[in-house]
Design a protein. Sequence first.
Length: 151
Amino acid sequence: MIKIITVGSIKEKYLQQAITEYQKRLSKYTTVQIIEVKDEGFADEKKSLHIEAERIKKHLNEKDYIITLEIEGKELTSPALATKIQSIMIENSNLTFIIGGSYGLSLEIKELSKFHLSFSQLTFPHQLFRVLLLEQIYRAYKIINNETYHK
């Protein structure tokens, strides 16, 4: 099972449609659960990060292999991400990705992470990033299963 915990919600219909499409495609390989926690917005940064961390932690358990999405994380190629997901799923049945909000993720959440992943040094809107993450997870499963899609 893959769980994606994300700060903030998706209001844009075109992004909701893309997310639904990738969830449908992924259902062939695994269950994907998306959990949205409220974004504190642009209030005090330290306070916002703390509140968001508390909301995120409510959805974590000790069985989760946590991957945080961070600009400072390690960049992987799509085949390397596929290998990483495959090796994690051999030992852990729960793979949890966490996407931060406006200020990113608190140090407390980053410390719970077993792998810090970066897609790029670029900053992406977290609503769009959810689609990017789902697409890369889908691509990883296609690679793992030696199916055509990845080029």
